[in-house]
Design a protein around this ligand. Structure first.
Ligand code: KG4
Ligand code: ZN
Length: 358
C-alpha cells in the first residue's frame, strides 16, 4: 500500500509518500516557513495559509519526483491512499491541506483518511531514516505518550493500538509555547525552543550574587495536568527585577543562566508527571513526541529516570528529523487506520482547530 500524506497544521508544508507495511519512506518533503514567521515572533495564520497555498503544488511535485512516481496529465500516480491532517492546529492552515487532499482525491479517484496531528506525533517514534523501525507486534501495552509541541502538552494513555485517553494536559501555555515566549523576552529569535536549549548548554557556573530559583508549576498536584503560564510570568518578573538591580540582561552568561533554569523547571515537571503516570498505570512503554522532543536535555534526563524504574518500560522517542512537523508521521498513522478501513468521504473532511485525541 502506498500512502501519500499531507500536513499543513502550522508553519510547515509537508508531503510524504510511505510504502507500507514495510514503512519505507519513498519521500519526505518539508517546506518550512520559519523565516517568514520569525519576523513576527510567532506563526501568523493568514501568512501560513498563503504560504501553504503557494507551496503545496511544488511540494507535491518534489515528493512524487523523489519517490520516482510518474505523474502526468495522462497517468494517475500509483498511490493507494491519501491522508491529511484535520486538526488540531490553525484552521486556515489546516483547510489548505484539506482542500488540496480533496482535489487530489477527486482527480486521482483515491480513498482518503483524516488524521489527528497529535496521534501522528505518537507514530513518529517508529519512523527511521528509510523505513518503519519497529515491528508492531513488539510493541507493549499499556503505553503512555508525553506529547510536547508548540500548541500542546499532553499525557496520553494508550491501552491498545489507536485507543487513546488524555489523562493530563496543559491548563494554559504548552511547553513549546513557553520556550518560544521566554526566548522572545530574552530577545532571542523564533522559534525559541532550539535557541533556549542551545543557550542553556552554555551555562557553566552560577553568576556571583545572583541565585535564580524558578517555580515548578503543579509539580505536586495530584492530577497529571500542567501549567506553564506562571513559569513564563516568573521569568518576566525575574528579568524586570534583574534590570532594577542594574544587571546587564544582554550579558550572554546571564541569558544562559536564565535559559538553563527555565529549561530545567520545564523538564522537572514533565518528568515527574510522566513517571508518576507510568507507575500508576503500570506502563510498559513510554513515548516522547512533538517538537520539544528535540530537546537533548529532556531526552537525556527522561531516559535516565526511566532507567531507574523497576520493571523498566521500553522507551521510544523520534530520531531528530522526525521530532518536528512532517508528513511521514501522518502517513504512518494513516496506515494503521487504513487497516481498520477508517476512510472518510472527501466532502466530509473538516478542519478542527481543537481536535482532541480519543
Ligand atoms: O511539534 P512542533 O514542530 O509543532 C507543533 O505541532 O506545534 O513543535 C514546535 C515547538 C516549538 O514551540 C519549538 O520552540 C519547540 O517545539 N522546540 C523545542 C526544541 N526544538 C523545537 N523546544 C525545546 N527544545 C528544543 N530543542
Ligand atoms: Zn506538531
Amino acid at each position: 500500500m502506498i500512502i501519500l500524506a499531507i500536513e499543513t497544521s502550522c508553519d510547515e508544508t509537508a508531503i510524504a509518500i510511505l510504502k507500507c507495511p514495510s514503512g519505507k519512506i519513498l519521500s519526505n518533503v518539508v517546506s518550512s516557513q520559519i523565516k517568514i514567521h520569525a519576523k513576527w515572533g510567532g506563526v501568523v495564520p493568514s501568512l501560513a495559509k498563503r504560504e501553504h497555498l503557494k507551496n503545496l503544488p511544488l511540494v507535491l511535485k518534489k515528493a512524487l519526483r523523489e519517490a520516482r512516481i510518474p505523474n502526468s496529465k495522462f497517468q494517475i500516480p500509483k498511490i493507494d491512499l491519501i491522508a491529511v491532517t484535520v486538526g488540531p492546529g490553525l484552521e486556515p492552515a489546516l483547510w489548505t491541506g484539506i482542500n488540496f487532499a480533496q482535489e487530489l482525491a477527486k482527480k486521482w479517484k483515491k480513498p482518503v483518511i483524516s488524521i489527528n496531528h497529535m496521534e501522528a506525533h505518537i507514530f513518529s517514534v517508529f519512523l527511521k531514516n528509510k523505513s518503519f523501525g519497529f515491528r508492531a507486534s513488539d510493541f507493549e501495552f499499556p503505553a503512555i505518550a508525553l506529547l510536547v509541541s508548540g500548541g500542546h502538552t499532553e499525557l496520553v494513555l494508550i491501552k491498545k493500538w489507536l485507543d487513546y485517553k488524555i489523562i493530563g494536559s496543559t491548563l494554559d501555555d504548552a511547553a513549546g509555547e513557553a520556550f518560544d515566549k521566554v526566548a522572545k523576552m530574552l530577545g532571542l529569535p523564533y522559534p525559541g525552543g532550539p535557541v533556549v536549549a542551545k543557550m542553556a548548554t552554555k551555562f557553566k557556573n552560577q553568576i556571583s550574587k545572583i541565585k535564580i530559583n524558578l517555580p515548578r508549576p503543579m509539580l505536586n498536584s495530584k492530577n497529571y495536568d500542567f501549567s506553564f503560564s506562571g513559569l513564563k510570568t516568573a521569568v518576566l518578573y525575574l528579568i524586570r527585577d534583574l534590570k532594577e538591580e542594574e544587571m546587564n540582561i544582554d550579558d550572554w552568561r546571564l541569558k544562559a543562566y536564565i535559559c538553563h533554569e527555565f529549561q530545567q523547571a520545564v523538564i522537572d515537571v514533565l518528568i515527574s508527571k510522566t513517571l508518576r503516570a507510568a507507575k500508576e498505570y503500570k506502563i510498559k512503554t513510554i513515548i516522547l513526541g512533538g517538537g520539544v522532543a528535540a530537546n537533548n536535555e529532556l531526552r537525556k534526563q527522561l531516559g535516565e529516570a526511566i532507567e531507574k524504574l523497576h520493571p523498566k518500560p521500553q522507551w521510544l522517542y523520534p530520531i531528530p528529523s522526525f521530532t518536528g512537523d512532517n508528513a511521514a508521521m501522518i502517513a504512518l498513522a494513516a496506515y494503521f487506520h487504513a487497516l481498520k478501513k477508517e476512510f472518510i468521504e472527501p466532502s466530509n473532511l473538516k478542519a478542527e482547530g481543537n481536535l482532541k485525541l480519543s
